[in-house]
Design a protein around this ligand. Structure first.
Ligand code: BMA
Length: 306
């Protein structure tokens, strides 16, 4: 099974007339709410700093963009930018997880992999004005955090990535995340497969009768990004029920093989609308594409593929 690219891809391109989104637009969060698709995307302009832009669409294909970013750096913890948003709606409030990249988080230029990175949460009631709540963890290389779209056992739950492994964390209030409430889910595969070097979660997991469908990304020694899927237990998502060996998607188009970073298809959004799963992704860290599949086929694949 494979995700199918939309024929109008890429759907969103950098805007040469903008100062803040003229270079790259990529890795968007998308949700479908009250009949509209809402997108929050990472954008880079003349200063190469990532900001979060917003766009809205009736069909998920043609997008109207807001002319100004909705989130921009505000202090030294995110002075290098805000990256890779993922959004869920919980109790009528939008929650965004994103990576804040700061210049002097450790008091100086970052000197190692974890330097300057903060996995942040923000909330908004209208999708435009955002209030920063704080980080899930501090002082480590931690990205790819995504909230689950509903509470599990009465608690908020989030995926996060302690390189090169995917972790789960629980919180009572989204503000405090204790180490004793975190556990690893799965890491890279020990063979020579597409997810051999590192893995990380994509968009918010999808609840099904069979378990949580969790899209994730991985790369191999050649640093080629693929998208795959796993099935996690509904009540205890640290239990991996299924993890098919084949991936679902990988770079093939020129704008995925080339770009600002080559060989990248990176997704922060996998939403279900009707019977279809919409996977939005950044191609080559440069433009935004869409690939889809049938939800029923995906469930069948995750249950029966090798
Ligand atoms: C990851 C993130 C993504 C990016 C990917 C490929 O670490 O920084 O934003 O798309 O690398 O470059």
């Amino acid at each position: 099974m494979k995700l199918i690219r939309h024929p109008q891809n890429p759907l969103l391109l950098p805007d040469p007339n903008s100062d803040w989104e003229s270079v790259n637009v990529f890795n968007p969060a998308v949700i479908f709410d009250k009949g509209l698709f809402h997108m929050w995307y990472r954008a880079q302009g003349l200063d190469w700093i990532s900001r979060i832009g917003y766009a809205v669409s009736e069909d998920g294909i043609c997008w109207n963009r807001l002319r100004k970013p909705v989130l921009s750096p505000c202090d030294s913890t995110d002075s290098r930018g805000l990256e890779d948003p993922r959004v869920v709606k919980l109790d009528d409030v939008f929650y965004m997880t994103y990576t804040a990249y700061g210049r002097d988080y450790f008091g100086a230029e970052p000197t190692h992999a974890g330097g300057g990175i903060l996995p942040m949460i923000a909330r908004s009631t209208n999708g435009i004005s955002w209030e920063r709540l704080g980080p899930i963890v501090r002082g480590e290389d931690n990205k790819d955090h995504a909230l689950f779209p509903q509470k599990i056992g009465g608690r908020y739950a989030a995926l996060h990535r302690r390189w090169p492994t995917i972790w789960l964390a629980y919180s009572d209030d989204l503000l405090t995340w204790h180490e004793q409430d975190m556990a690893s889910i799965f890491g890279p595969r020990p063979d020579n497969s597409w997810d051999h070097k590192s893995v990380g979660g994509n968009g918010a997991p999808i609840a099904t009768d069979q378990g949580w469908l969790m899209f994730y990304h991985g790369y191999d020694r050649q640093h080629i990004y693929h998208i795959g899927v796993a099935l996690l237990d509904l009540n205890d998502p640290t239990k991996v029920l299924r993890r098919p060996k084949p991936s679902l998607f990988w770079p093939e188009e020129l704008w995925e093989l080339r770009g600002d970073v080559p060989n990248v298809v990176f997704s922060c959004a996998n939403i279900v609308v009707g019977d279809t799963v919409y996977v939005y992704y950044g191609g080559g860290d440069h433009v935004i594409g869409l690939a889809t599949c049938s939800l029923a086929e995906l469930v069948d694949f995750v249950l029966h593929a090798d």
